[in-house]
Design a protein. Sequence first.
Length: 247
Amino acid sequence: MARLSADNHLKSLNEGTAQSRTLSDAVAIDQAELLAHVLPEMAQKRVAEIAAVNSAGILKRMRAIGQLLVEHSSGETLKFLAAHTSDTVRGWACFMLAEQSQSDNQKLLEKIKPFADDPHFAVREWAWLAVRPNLVADLDRSIALLTTWTGDESKNVRRFASEALRPRGVWSAHILELKTHPERGEPLLYPLRADSSRYVQDSVANWINDAAKSNPQWALDLCDAWRAESKTAATERIISRGLRSIT
């Protein structure tokens, strides 16, 4: 029965009628089949391209489908995808936005914000993964823009502000400049050093841990300063997790 239930769930995922429950679900989806259900006319026209995409790694798959959607879809496609039941389909919308907004990160962040605050965990991950290359290309401007998100009432948006430019990140290319000079990211981190949300705390701690692997003294100095300035349980938790690789 459990196997049957899992098979039925995967079928629903591939048909776009269900949302993924776990990261494993998201990885297991046959995106070629999903696209055939969601946009059958496009899928029929681009069989070879979609088949090639389907054999790539998950992030390359998402980005490539986003590019295909920009090239071969109508102006209403993005709205349709953004409101879709499937979290993977909403993820495609994130990559479409990144592909369409190559030179204006302010507008890109405005458009990606609803996805950064999506109720589904996977969409929130696709949101920052989609726009990260755009943000890295104009790092100072991006840090300034994201710093304004650190005071947002939504913990999801605050977490995006930290997560999007983690020096090492997850499934993403490292940011050499922030590995070498992590102090450049401090405007993003300081406002979050005592955040009440564990979701945000974990992201800030992971940011510090990323940087500590290449610049441990920066991490130690930053955490010493925070311990003196912010005597809260939230800050102590961030420090403990942030220094886990070097203490």
